[in-house]
Every structure is written in structure tokens, then in C-alpha cells.
Ligand binder design. Structure first.
Ligand code: GLY
Ligand code: MN
Ligand code: MN
Length: 250
């Protein structure tokens, strides 16, 4: 988890609007290799704007991410075990007001999900808590009119087991100390959605890997910045790739 979190950190520093999705995927995967991680746990998802709204997008071929929100769901596999970490960042280094409102809502949903990570709670408890926060927030922002419409923009659950496989097997019974699960709420508003155009092409997911403990949980991917202030502050820092250029190939 720490390898994947450092990958997210390095990409936050390196990202520029003129960089491509595949190039940024390469930065994550370079960090994994530098730490000796043998594989990616699953095909990396690096998508900007409309591509961030496609759940299993893996083409990663937009040549410039521009200023659209960039969703990066990437996980290193190290000695057989995989991480599964998603961060969503503004390539310009600053969230626009609309991007920020959706991001803060997903963050609040994830916090609600974390709070439900306690041994004995039903497996669906983090998901239910996050779904409720998203539905209330989308209503408040005027993006939906009825709570049940929230599923349109948050069409997946928050949690699965994680281990030897990215979607590992498990009982899906009450949470138990020692299990590792994800907490990954998201909101995806593709172009053409029945809401104000200012929300179109915003896709946000924030995903962390959580160890259930006897007391509650430990966030194993916490070294990847999550809050708006943390993300913007890290993105303003220099990157080792700032002066990395290659010859043009004709
Ligand atoms: N990366 C796959 C998932 O988040 O479940
Ligand atoms: Mn996941
Ligand atoms: Mn993921």
C-alpha cells in the first residue's frame, strides 16, 4: 500500500496539463518498479474528464489531460499482494469551484465509510454510510431531485476484500479484525447528464485500503494525500521529472 501511495505522491508533483494519461500511468508504474514491485495488481486506470466517468476505463490514451479532473486508480503488486488506491487530482494544481464541491462530497462520503469500519459491523455498513452522504450532497447541490437518483452518479459499492487478488475472496459477513478492505466512494457525471452543465465531465473516486482492527480500522494507504489542501500543496512542489526531456523521434 505504501508503494502505491508514494506513486500517487510522485504523480501529484509531476502532473502538468500537457501530459498524457499513458505518460502519467508510466510514472506510477516506474515508482512501483523502483521499489521492486513485480506487477501491477490490475490494469491501471488513468483517465481525465469524460474518461474519469468511465468505471473500467483502461485505454489511458488521451494525449493531454488538460485541466479536467484526473482519476488514477492504480495498485502495485508486491510479493503477491496487491494494493488498490485511487486519487483524483486537478492537473492545473487547483480545483475549480465545481470540481472542489464534488471532491469534498466524495471525501465526506469516504469519511463516513471509514467511521463505519468497525469489527462486528455488517460488511455493507461503510457502503450504506457513504451512499447516504452522497445522496444528501447531490440533493443539496441540485444535481438530483430524489435520493434514489443518486445511484445514477454513484453506481458501485464502496468496499471489497483485498489481498492476493484485487477483488479477493471473503465471507462478506460482519467485518472482522485482520481483514483488509477498500473504502472507495465515487461520483461520476458524464457529459449529457440531466443537471447543470457545470458538473459535466467531473468524475471523482477516492479509494483507500483499510485494515480492520480490534478498535476500528487503520488506513494503510494514508500516505497518499486526500484533502483538497493536502493535494494542492503537494502539487505545488517540484518534481524530479520537471527537467526530464527526451529527443523528438521523427
Ligand atoms: N481497481 C479496481 C477497484 O477499485 O475495484
Ligand atoms: Mn477497489
Ligand atoms: Mn481501485
Amino acid at each position: 500500500m505504501r508503494i502505491s501511495a508514494v506513486g500517487q505522491q510522485e504523480v501529484m508533483k509531476a502532473t502538468r496539463p500537457e501530459m498524457g494519461e499513458m505518460e502519467l500511468q508510466g510514472v506510477h508504474e516506474y515508482v512501483y518498479k523502483k521499489y521492486g514491485a513485480e506487477f501491477e495488481g490490475y490494469p491501471s486506470i488513468v483517465g481525465a474528464g469524460g474518461n474519469a466517468c468511465i468505471l473500467h476505463y483502461t485505454e489511458n490514451d488521451k494525449p493531454q489531460v488538460k485541466n479536467d479532473l484526473l482519476l488514477m486508480d492504480c495498485g502495485a503488486e508486491y510479493h503477491g499482494y496487491t494494493a488498490d488506491v485511487t486519487r483524483t487530482i486537478p492537473p492545473s494544481g487547483k480545483f475549480s469551484p465545481a470540481q472542489r464541491q464534488i471532491y469534498e462530497l466524495v471525501l465526506a462520503a469516504q469519511e463516513a465509510g471509514f467511521a463505519a469500519c468497525k469489527p462486528g459491523n455488517e460488511f455493507q455498513a461503510p457502503n450504506k454510510a457513504a451512499q447516504q452522504v452522497v445522496a444528501e450532497g447531490l440533493l443539496r447541490l441540485g444535481i438530483i431531485k430524489k435520493p434514489e437518483e443518486a445511484r445514477k452518479y454513484f453506481p458501485h459499492g464502496t468496499s471489497h476484500y483485498l489481498g492476493l487478488d484485487v477483488h479477493d475472496s471473503g465471507t462478506y459477513g460482519p467485518l472482522r479484525a485482520g481483514s483488509v478492505i477498500t473504502v472507495e466512494p465515487g461520483i461520476y457525471i458524464p457529459e449529457g447528464s440531466p443537471c447543470d452543465k457545470k458538473w459535466w465531465n467531473i468524475g471523482v473516486r477516492i479509494e483507500d485500503d483499510v485494515l480492520i482492527t480490534t478498535m476500528g480500522y487503520e488506513n494503510l494507504s494514508r500516505e497518499a494525500p486526500r484533502t483538497v489542501a493536502e493535494v494542492e500543496s503537494l502539487m505545488a512542489k517540484p518534481s524530479a521529472l520537471d527537467d526530464f526531456t527526451l529527443p523528438a523521434l521523427k
